[in-house]
Design a binder for this molecule. Structure first.
Ligand code: DC
Length: 232
């Protein structure tokens, strides 16, 4: 990796534990935490709430050229702070938190993130953001598409049942069976989409954590990071 950059990618499906794991690992290592999903959520949120030009449903139907023009405006409004606590996105000087997790955003984000121009522009943004930094990048295509030359790549997975239980707990009060259906539908959409489908990146270390605790997973990762630091 160029000029002191050290990029660790963590990919995996919903509920695989990648968000929690990435959070702990970044903190322990003192690396910046790049949560790539937040950028797709930001674009979706902006289109839903702050775009006077077009509704999100109409945006999906525009030509790529038209989408690009609108997205340039969306990205103009984005400010980002990256540290080991996480990725904070700002709009009009205010940090966005719950806004990016609103049900409407949840409903649309899969479709918005499936658009090639959206992915291209998010990826460009992410690459320029991490230049020369030490980063834990978490998402669906970090090791496969965005940072194929990352120093270290992980792919986390777990049984659908286990993932559903975790998600239901996160979403407080959600039924496990319903959550499992939702997760399987999301997996299907994310892994079958034409652009950057969820996949195991080349050279990734696969960790199935169905029966591992978060701490055990982080330990495995820390060991691998130590090895990589000794080599680089
Ligand atoms: O990780 P998350 O739930 O915040 O992701 C939100 C959405 O963005 C989800 O539909 C998957 C998509 N996403 C993606 O397509 N590629 C990424 N690198 C990260 C997220």
């Amino acid at each position: 990796m160029e000029n002191g950059a050290f990029i660790i990618t963590i990919d995996g499906p919903a509920g695989s534990g990648k968000t929690t794991t990435a959070r702990i690992l970044a903190k322990r290592l003192g690396f910046d935490l790049l949560e790539s999903g937040a950028f797709y959520r930001f674009v979706t949120y902006f289109l839903l709430k702050h775009s006077s030009e077009v509704s999100v449903s109409d945006f999906l139907l525009l030509s790529e050229k038209e989408q690009r023009i609108i997205l340039q405006n969306v990205f103009k409004h984005l400010e980002v702070k990256l540290n080991s606590e996480g990725t904070i996105l700002y709009l009009y000087g205010k940090p966005l938190k719950d806004e990016l997790r609103e049900p409407e955003v949840e409903e649309w984000v899969s479709r918005v993130s499936a658009l090639p121009v959206v992915r291209e522009m998010v990826n460009e943004y992410l690459r320029s953001l991490v230049k020369g930094r030490k980063v834990v990048a978490e998402g669906r295509d970090m090791g496969s598409v965005v940072f194929p030359k990352a120093t270290l790549k992980f792919y986390l997975d777990a049984d659908a049942e286990v993932r559903a239980k975790r998600r239901a707990k996160d979403l407080k009060g959600f039924d496990v069976l319903e959550t499992k259906k939702m997760i399987l539908r999301r997996d299907e959409l994310d892994s079958k989409r034409e652009v950057a489908p969820l996949s195991i990146p080349e050279g990734a270390i696969v960790i199935d954590n169905s029966s591992l605790s978060i701490e055990e997973v982080v330990k495995i990762m820390e060991e691998k990071v130590k090895e990589a630091q000794n080599i680089s």
